[in-house]
Design a protein around this ligand. Structure first.
Ligand code: SF4
Length: 429
């Protein structure tokens, strides 16, 4: 048995060892909003969908706000789930009654039942819910934050849940592509135009507002997944024997590869595909060459699609010593991971605010494209900073027009550095 003296000596050894170890700054703030938001964006935007949310009123309050503000200007409906209902065991009958109530509206064709963090609703069994009520399919979408670590990954879960129920694989259409990823409308038009040139006859894009696009998604002969976090969706199509094309048409070399990969997956005319891929590559190279520049930029968003932008910036001569995102390192993002790492960018996944702040102090960039909480810290240092979601996600990035738009934007923001330094000097005085 251990005596007091021995215990004290062990304790002292331990605390002396701790004194000598380097003090690590704690990482406290993971950077993503409530993951349910990402899933809600996908399901609430569908015409004819009415969400039934299974959670307590605290989540409901915040998420109703975000669905109005960012998503569909559509309310979400929920059974009364306060402590009384959660502890009384009436949750399943209450949710079923709410579904019945929603389905009385004949225009409702889809009722996503979104279960969130509350332990009693996160474990809701799909078998206890009806599959169809009235005109509406009822689909359970599980989005508890303790399991899903970021809102982009919640989009993937929502999409996979809907596809599992709705996608029809019975009829295949040759020369048809499904594009997976939320993209700027001009990018969607550019993708359609280029794919038409190589002989693609039909393009469906998900997430979509139209429930029929989810049904028809199964008819596609290939799936181009533009963002690396749609892993479950990609696995779902792979299981259903539909080839997956990763990557995206950002930057000269990746765009060439992307067009060639689609051509190969659909067995299109090789010479035609090669010609179009070369043309697009040359156009992008010209757009980049006209904008070759310098400067140091840090990209630190939480949308999960940051690294293609890093690639484009590196291609144009901008230094990007550090970049971070809220999602995990995925198989679909592995090409970018290896390339950017070889080019010397320090990449962080599931990043914390504190990691981003340390990177700012270490690299002293000319511009930061980050999250709101990081940006306010950066501006106080006299460095220009903009919000990734508002600035990047609201502009084209694909093909030559996207490269030109993005590079012009970044250079105009870098040019604001003297103004920010002047402001800092003014407020410091
Ligand atoms: S408790 Fe969970 S679902 Fe509710 S707001 Fe927080 S993270 Fe979102």
């Amino acid at each position: 048995m251990i005596n007091d003296e021995k215990f004290s000596s062990l304790f002292n050894i331990l605390s002396d060892a701790q004194k000598d170890s380097p003090v690590e700054e704690t990482n406290l703030h993971p950077q993503t909003m409530c993951p349910a938001f990402g899933g809600l964006r996908v399901v609430t935007r569908i015409d004819g969908a009415q969400v039934c949310m299974a959670t307590d009123k605290g989540c409901m309050y915040g998420l109703t706000f975000v669905t109005h503000f960012y998503a569909a200007r559509k309310s979400i409906v929920s059974p009364e789930l306060m402590s009384t209902q959660l502890s009384s065991g009436s949750i399943v009958p209450d949710i079923r009654a709410t579904i019945e109530e929603i389905a009385k509206d004949e225009t409702v064709r889809l009722i996503p039942v979104v279960s969130l963090c509350v332990a009693e609703t996160a474990g809701l069994a799909e078998e206890l819910l009806p599959k169809k009520v009235g005109n509406a399919e009822v689909v359970l979408v599980r989005l508890p934050a303790y399991l899903i670590k970021s809102h982009p990954e919640a989009k993937d879960i929502a999409l996979e849940s809907l596809l599992k129920r709705l996608a029809d694989f019975s009829k295949k259409r040759e020369k048809s592509v499904l594009i997976v990823g939320e993209i700027f409308p001009l990018d969607a038009m550019a993708i359609g135009a280029v794919l038409q040139k190589i002989g693609v006859e039909s393009v469906i894009t998900l997430p979509s507002q139209h429930i029929d696009d989810f049904r028809e998604a199964g008819s596609a002969s290939a799936v181009a997944v533009l963002h690396p976090f749609y892993e479950l969706t990609a696995e779902f199509f792979e299981k259903n024997k539909t080839p997956i094309i990763g990557g995206n048409p950002v930057g000269a070399n990746s765009t060439y590869k992307w067009i060639k990969d689609i051509g190969a997956a659909l067995k299109l005319d090789e010479a035609l595909v090669e010609r179009v891929a070369q043309e697009e590559k040359e156009k992008i190279k010209a757009a980049i060459a006209a904008r070759k520049s310098g400067g140091t930029v840090i990209i630190a968003g939480y949308e999960g699609n940051e690294f293609p932008l890093v690639r484009l910036l590196l291609e144009s001569g901008v230094a990007v010593p550090y970049a971070s995102t809220s999602i995990a390192h995925t198989k679909l993002g592995d090409d970018d991971h290896r390339l950017l790492t070889m080019l010397g960018t320090d990449l962080r996944y599931r990043k914390y605010l504190e990691e981003d702040r340390r990177a700012i102090l270490e690299h002293k960039p000319d511009l930061v494209v980050g999250t709101t909480s990081l940006d306010s810290y950066v501006k106080e240092l006299g460095i220009p900073a903009v919000y990734y979601t508002n600035i990047v996600s609201s502009r084209p990035i694909y093909f030559a027009q996207g490269a030109a738009t993005m590079l012009d934007l970044i250079q105009s923001l870098i040019a604001k550095r003297p103004a920010f330094e002047k402001m800092k000097t003014f407020f410091d005085a």
